[in-house]
Design a protein. Structure first.
Length: 83
């Protein structure tokens, strides 16, 4: 299991956002994940590699992020406002 903690550019957790995985090195189910109060989601990734994300906040604001992920562990990811 991989735990991904999304933070904005100031380091604040991106809590309550719907996360869509936009790019992955292997086939993934088309599922939206919702970040918890710490800005985190947990998922099983099919293969290590580069992943892309779009986060949609409760206010409708959107952010993008990308990160190289390992099969297990925890990683912080900085999300940037789309714009």
């Amino acid at each position: 299991m991989t735990r991904i903690v999304f933070r904005d550019r100031s380091g604040k957790p991106v809590a309550g956002a719907v996360v869509a995985i936009t790019t992955a090195p292997a086939e993934m189910a088309d599922i939206g994940y919702v970040t918890d109060n710490e800005g985190a989601i947990a998922l099983s990734i099919p293969a290590p590699g580069s992943y892309g994300f779009v986060l949609t906040g409760a206010n409708g604001g959107r952010m993008i992020a990308s990160k190289r992920l390992a099969a297990e562990g925890e990683v912080d990811v900085t999300a940037h406002a789309m714009g």
